[in-house]
Design a protein around this ligand. Structure first.
Ligand code: HEM
Length: 412
């Protein structure tokens, strides 16, 4: 692949989506900063740890789509329809707008509030696991990770139980980027329809909660104010949408990915059963090894930037490939090995800099409980299908399994 630009090589192929790490390794070794084409649009792909970290933390890389060289939908087919909210959206804003939005969400999404969710998460996990005691085989994604992710985020935002069933149906089209071959007008229309339904629903919910506030996060966001006043209704809808989608799909996918990694490494799973005190560090290692965000949201160079000896001109799109950075041998010893005893894991799986994941403490808590309980309750758990039969979501940015059939009591 030349530095002047070429198509992303088979990035949407089934082989790449099943195991992107060998390709990332090749890209990092042969040119960690390179210009490629994504859906016909040139982007810079950054794959080495130090450079990815720089892209995420250096203010010369900006987010406001007003600075983008092409409209957001063209630059990122996965974001189809979201442009209505861009500008009111935490992830697509720069300081000072980002600082204000982030301050308001941080003031409500406090460590105390997150810690307060622990009993609710334990109850959700416990009730799901009880149902599996009598099962020979279950789909760990559909019947465990999805209900945990959906219930927790909906409880948190105060979405009534009866209204939750539509969420995954709405959120899936919004996070799948189907690649150039499948990004037809029909798929884009599906995404717009899902976004319309979800934002209409959230608008109505916000108006309802404004009239009758409760103790949930959405009510707290409605009430939150700083020197510049409260969040406007479009800002509230954008924030609720982001929390719902960013907090739901990522966690669901991570619980599936982490369980698969432990099934692939029974010695590491056994070690965690014997030493549950290793679990918090193991979650960090699992995010590094098989996290659910492979590529962070797009950045643009606000001025020319030299990165690993390559000059990126002003106004060009940049993709920070955290999944490649987190297996960079210059940063992590023996990076292709899952080692739950790694003493410190400064991974980039939750991002870095001002856009660092707002929900990381909640994601850690949910995963620790879900994976810890799964290991404890089912010491003989095994995969129920051969590894090569597993399929992944058609996305190069988010990594997640379509399903993970397991035998909780072993195959006998
Ligand atoms: C940002 C990963 C769970 C809310 C991010 C970013 C990453 C990430 C990599 C940075 C994106 C960028 O810089 O372009 C993950 C992973 C999760 C997870 C791997 C689960 C294992 C959650 C949860 C929530 C959440 C549970 C909320 C309930 C957010 C928000 C941002 C964000 C609001 C944007 C922050 C900003 O722009 O300032 N996440 N996330 N995430 N995450 Fe998460």
């Amino acid at each position: 692949m030349s530095q002047s630009g070429s198509a992303l090589p088979g990035f949407y192929s089934r082989e790449f989506v099943s195991d992107p790490y060998a390709a990332y390794d090749y890209l990092r070794r042969t040119g960690p900063v390179r210009r490629v084409y994504r859906a016909g649009v040139p982007v810079w792909l950054v794959t080495s740890y130090d450079e990815v970290r720089l892209v995420l933390t250096d203010a010369r890389f900006v987010k406001e789509p007003a600075r983008w060289p092409v409209p957001i939908e063209e630059a990122d087919p996965g974001l189809g329809g979201l442009n209505r909210f861009v500008g009111k959206h935490l992830l697509y804003s720069d300081p000072p707008r980002h600082t204000r939005l982030r301050r308001l969400v941080s003031a409500t999404f406090t460590p105390r509030r997150v810690a307060g969710y622990e009993p609710m998460i334990r109850t959700v996990v416990d009730e799901l696991l009880k149902q599996f005691d009598a099962c020979d085989e279950i789909d760990l994604v559909g019947r465990f990770a999805v209900p945990i992710g959906t219930t927790v985020i909906c409880e948190m935002l105060g979405i009534p139980a009866a209204e939750r069933k539509d969420f995954r149906r709405w959120s899936l089209p919004l996070v799948s980027d189907h690649g150039p071959a499948r990004s037809t007008e029909e798929l884009a229309a599906g995404r717009r329809a899902a976004l319309d339904q979800l934002s209409e629903y959230l608008g109505a919910l916000i108006r309802h909660k404004r009239a009758r506030p409760t103790s949930d996060l959405l009510s707290a966001l409605i009430e939150a104010r700083d020197g510049d006043g409260r969040l406007s209704e479009p800002e509230l809808i954008a924030m609720a949408l982001l929390l719902l989608i960013a907090g739901h799909e990522t966690t669901v996918n991570f619980i599936g990915n982490a369980t698969l990694a432990l099934l692939d490494h029974p010695d590491q799973a056994e070690l965690l059963r014997r030493r549950p005190d290793l679990l918090p560090g193991a979650i960090e290692e699992l995010v590094r090894y098989e996290g659910s965000v492979m590529i962070c949201s797009l950045r643009v160079t606000g001025e020319p930037v030299e990165l690993a000896g390559v000059l990126i001109p002003e106004g060009e799109l940049v993709m920070a490939v955290v999944a490649a950075a987190d297996r960079d041998p210059d940063r992590f010893a023996d990076p292709q090995r899952l080692d739950v005893t790694r003493p410190s894991v400064p991974h980039l799986g939750f991002g870095a800099g001002i856009h660092y994941c707002v929900g990381a403490p909640l994601a850690r808590l949910q995963s620790r409980i879900a994976i810890g309980e799964l290991l404890r309750r089912y010491p003989r758990m095994e995969p129920a299908v051969p590894r090569h039969e597993l399929t992944w979501h058609p996305s190069i940015t988010l990594r997640g399994l379509n399903s993970l059939p397991v035998a909780p009591h072993g195959l006998g």
